[in-house]
Design a protein around this ligand. Structure first.
Ligand code: SAM
Length: 274
């Protein structure tokens, strides 16, 4: 299922909070599972490591650094491992969820720090104007208007500043969507943005060195195990009403046997031209 950002908002305009009830659910769900996030987030850790590998060789101009939707800090921690020079200029940790920030060592660091919980549906905080690096992994898809937010992030970079972005995109969770269609129940997963639309937004504003889609899959999971895995991450807030018990049973009965849990992940890495 694909949900493109509302066409009524130009991609140039910063995103505004559009669905506060959904955002509150996102915050509550991640908060409830904050204690198990790190142990469950295998894919997120692998993607963070990959982004950090690319960042190793990027020349950063002067300016602030931030991890947007930082959560427990997996991406920033990977960045610091691959770029020890960043210990002198730690990325600001920005997130909606105080429980995850409380488990984020960089948010607690005296030279690093975090803002009080910040909703990224709003424009970035003023201290991130002219940013040298805006990094974000597995967070943009939770925003009300991912393409508008992405445009805004690109425009807050300093000349020569870098965007380092990864997120799951439309095309992910095929088994779930197949099961929902076969069971005639609504697909209640998070609608994910289309990779092409985000790639165009970034390409209009940045010199992209990476615009790449990666496919990841995890086998050996039936429907219940898939939903439990997402539950363990806290990544279960939905924009739709939850399924009733009967619908859920039907969904699980129609889950394709042996189909892996699959993710399509978009990597966008680019530099703002002077
Ligand atoms: C799947 S976690 C990813 C965390 C981390 N970047 C990582 O790679 O492990 C998604 C993160 O996005 C944050 N998030 C979701 N919606 C947000 C919003 N509107 N404003 C700020 N952060 C948000 C969540 O609180 C959560 O920490």
């Amino acid at each position: 299922m694909t949900l493109l950002p509302a066409t009524s908002r130009s991609p140039e305009a910063p995103a505004e909070a559009g669905d506060p009830a959904f955002t509150a659910r996102v915050r509550a769900r991640f908060g409830r599972r904050a204690g198990s996030y790190d142990s469950q987030a295998r894919l997120q850790r692998a993607v963070a490591w990959r982004l950090a590998g690319v960042a190793r060789s990027l020349p950063l101009p002067a300016g602030p650094l931030a991890d947007l939707g930082a959560g427990s800090g997996l991406l920033s921690r990977a960045l610091l491992e691959r770029r020890p020079d960043l210990a002198q200029r730690l990325p600001l940790q920005i997130d909606l969820c105080p429980d995850l920030l409380a488990r984020n060592p960089l948010a607690q660091h005296p030279q690093g720090g975090a803002l009080p919980p910040w909703d990224l549906n709003q424009p970035l905080p003023p201290q991130l104007s002219g940013a040298a690096l805006l990094a974000s992994s597995f967070a943009l898809q939770w925003l009300d208007q991912p393409a508008s937010a992405l445009a805004h992030w690109c425009e807050r970079l300093a000349p020569g500043g870098w965007l380092l972005l990864a997120l799951p995109v439309a095309g992910s969770f095929r088994a779930w969507r197949q099961a929902a269609a076969a069971a005639s129940v609504p697909y209640t997963g998070l609608p994910l943005p289309a990779a092409e639309a985000l790639g165009s937004v970034a390409a209009e504003r940045l010199e992209l060195i990476r615009n790449q889609r990666l496919r990841f899959s995890q086998g050996g999971l039936d429907g219940l195990a898939t939903l439990r895995l997402l539950g363990g991450l806290g990544a279960t807030a939905s924009r739709q009403a939850p399924l009733g018990p009967g619908q859920l049973r039907r969904l699980l009965r129609h889950w394709p046997t042996g189909a892996p849990l699959d993710w399509e992940v978009l990597l966008l890495i680019g530099r703002r031209l002077p």
